[in-house]
Design a binder for this molecule. Structure first.
Ligand SMILES: O=C(O)CCC(=O)C(=O)O
Ligand SMILES: [Fe+2]
Length: 489
């Protein structure tokens, strides 16, 4: 029995530390000196214990923390003492000259057509109020209700340095959420919602908001498509550091419980400015909470011309993050959300340009299915390729590499699916872009390849062995065979 098991009857203790430092200072405005961080807290820690309800929670948490961060010890996860500095979570956003409120609109005041005209095609972020308040998830995704349903189901709560997923049973994660005092807590981010039969019931609790009717990436077979859907539980103080989503995809993110604080920057802004790494002082960290506490105020001070979009997202609200926008999040409370990335008329050009270059095999499989199931989209992609004199893999002589393509080694199991036997000769295709794509209007709401997509994903789903216990290789081979039949049939 582990020593911690002997400590208590009802509660189980996990050593960590607490700071005796005063709360960090509020953000200061440009010209009033550099906002001071909370990092000196690290030097003045006194040991403290976190009480968990379950005997095994501490061990599970330690295992995941060790895997996720090798630079610090599990007991150092609270070294800056943010759990006793609630002020950071309650700090008001000051909308000064450079801080722009993220626009807000009520769901009942907007149609999908207006949404794409005003926000999608203009690449403007927006928070849509009351967009998902009717979902069953609004009740069914409280931590307590989720614990009842998924007590023994394991969810991904971190990744190690090799990209291996670290999973924890929900009962331990719920225990952790309720009691943790970490500066930057473990963040549950589960993408296997459809494939994992134990987790799939979550899919019945929400729907894709009607404002996002397109999902042209779903023309890529389920097992080749890059991850695009996540169920997220962020304990308070957890968050996501500033980044751009992959392949130019846009995202919607719906909160059912808790509050997210968002920061966004326009796509043209330099990484150096928006991440502010060179504004960090020695011994400081740059996790989400530190970013919102002192890095963002310093960024505003250092770059007064930088436009910073900020806003709070509450339960029932959905935020639209356009493709290529920088964004970061701090969960101000224990927060439950679902998010999906997509490709539609608002961002197809961007996504196709990125995908054909960065994910050659995915692009090839996508194009192959566009040709078969979404001819308008196929023509659009081929027109772009001709315009940019872009040669896809099957069009280049054997052995000729795409000069600036990034490595495709991170691609999914589809890498081994056959690339041969299907000729995608562009000859004879119309050069003109169909009118429906030129004008972003009602015509664009015709869903591309609907039948094909349903048929493919059903077939693929049936061949998947749920969870991680089946014969993975056999399942993959079967899926490959089905995929080839579907694609060539
Ligand atoms: O809710 C969050 O923490 C942000 C999620 C996000 O931006 C992402 O998954 O790409
Ligand atoms: Fe993101």
């Amino acid at each position: 029995m582990a020593p911690t098991d002997l400590l208590a009857h009802v509660c189980y203790f996990y050593p960590c530390s607490v700071s005796t430092a005063a709360p960090s200072t509020s953000p200061q405005r440009a010209g009033s000196g550099s906002p001071s961080p909370s990092s000196d807290a690290a030097q003045r820690r006194i040991p403290q214990e976190v009480k968990f309800q379950h005997r095994r929670t501490a061990g599970e948490v330690r295992r995941c923390k060790k895997g996720k961060r090798t630079d610090i010890k599990p007991h150092e996860w609270d070294k800056f003492g943010y759990a006793s500095k609630e002020e950071v979570l309650h700090r008001e956003i000051v909308y000064d000259d450079q801080t722009v409120p993220i626009r807000r609109v009520k769901f009942r005041d907007i149609t999908p057509e207006r949404f794409i005209e005003e926000f999608g095609s203009k690449s403007q972020p927006v928070i849509v109020e009351d967009c998902c308040s009717h979902w069953p998830a609004m009740d069914k995704w409280s931590i307590d209700a989720l614990e009842e349903r998924f007590r023994h189901v394991s969810f991904k709560v971190a990744k190690d340095d090799n990209g291996k997923k670290l999973r924890m049973k929900f009962k331990y994660f719920a225990d952790y959420v309720r009691h943790q005092k970490d500066d930057n807590p473990l963040y549950l981010f589960e993408t296997d919602m459809d494939d994992n039969g134990f987790i799939r019931p979550l899919m019945d609790d929400y729907e894709v908001p009607s404002l996002f009717p397109h999902d042209w990436f779903s023309l890529v077979n389920a097992d080749s498509r890059p991850p695009f859907r996540w169920f997220c539980i962020g304990p308070k103080r957890s968050g996501t550091t500033v980044h751009i989503d992959p392949l130019g995809t846009a995202a919607w993110n719906a909160v059912t419980h808790g509050t997210k604080r968002w920061v966004l920057f326009e796509p043209h802004e330099a990484k150096k400015r928006v991440k502010g790494k060179d504004l960090l002082k020695e011994d400081e960290d740059d996790e989400a909470i530190m970013y919102f506490d002192y890095i963002l105020p310093r960024i505003k001070q250092a770059y007064p011309d930088l436009k910073v979009y900020e806003g709070l997202q509450k339960p029932g609200e959905v935020i639209f993050v356009p493709g290529d926008w920088w964004h970061g999040v701090l969960n101000l409370e224990d927060t439950v959300a679902v998010t999906q990335n997509y490709c539609g008329p608002d961002n197809f050009e961007l996504v196709w340009t990125r995908t054909r270059k960065e994910r050659e095999k995915v692009a090839w499989l996508w194009l192959r299915n566009m040709r078969k199931y979404a001819p308008d989209l196929y023509q659009k992609a081929m027109t772009m390729n001709r315009r940019d004199r872009f040669k896809m893999r099957h069009e280049r002589p054997a052995g000729e590499r795409l000069s600036d393509a990034s490595s495709s080694s991170s691609e999914s199991s589809s890498d081994s699916s056959s690339d041969e036997g299907v000729d995608l000769d562009p000859a004879g295709l119309e050069a003109a872009v169909p009118d429906a794509f030129k004008k972003l209007g009602a015509a664009c709401f015709q869903k591309q390849g609907r039948y094909a997509v349903d048929r493919m994903s059903t077939t693929a789903r049936n061949s998947i062995v749920p969870g991680e216990r089946g014969n993975h290789e056999a399942a993959l081979n079967k899926r490959r065979r089905i995929q080839e039949t579907v694609l060539q049939g």
